[in-house]
Design a protein around this ligand. Sequence first.
Ligand code: HPA
Length: 272
Amino acid sequence: MNLIDKLNETVAVIKEYYTEAPVAAVVLGSGLGNFKEQMQVECEIPYEDIPHFPVSTVEGHRGTLIFGKLDGRAVVCMAGRFHFYEGYSPAEVAYPIRVLKFLGVQVLLLTNAAGGMHPQHQVGDLMFITDHISMFTHNPLLGPNEPELGPRFPDMSEPYSRSLLAAARQVAAQHQIEVHEGVYVSVTGPTFETPAEYRMLYRLGADAVGMSTVQEVIVARHMNLPVFAMSVITDLGGHDVLHAITHKEVLEAAAAAEPKMTTIMRGLIASL
Ligand code: HPA
């Protein structure tokens, strides 16, 4: 079955559950699953009930598509995402993003947990992603192009929407939330980086490193969907601190930073 037919089939099944077209899609990263508490949930679909959706396997990733309202605006939220390190192909990782576009969303808002490499980063800080480095991971557009979805050679001069970034800055300022801005580099994981790897990634121009997001952004931009993305710094690399990182620590730091992230997402959605 070709990709467009698959997408139409997925969307047809979702529409049997919920018909309203959401304005914004929010993807929740590790430890950030409580965003749903802010929503008036109208419909929640487990990924396993959605045809052609991969099923999430990581602890802390719940695996449901949630439809509802946030301050009266129709939103859809992916609680649980797919990662290359789980064994999915890059195209599978990004498939749900294509579905969100087919559902009619106008913007894609992404969150993730990331290792901070910039010397000013502290655990629990937020970083708005202004650009990314994707070259340590596989591009989800490798293989035949589907011209109905987007061009063979997509432009990446504005991976993260300047106007969404400007709106997010305003929200952060209004609520006196300090945020960093910087470059996110994606790696495959599942190992965290060695001290030498953190140093290398920082020297290459990245401020934070993580195992998600970039493949989703590439597919969104292929379809000309505007993107905003934000990292919660859950651990520090390259600060000459020799400290073992655990998944538990990442989840806890993300959960602690969640209220700030939620405030920004909420304000951003209200500004659309
Ligand atoms: N490295 C890669 N991925 C991550 C990290 C990290 O330090 N923290 C959270 N996700």
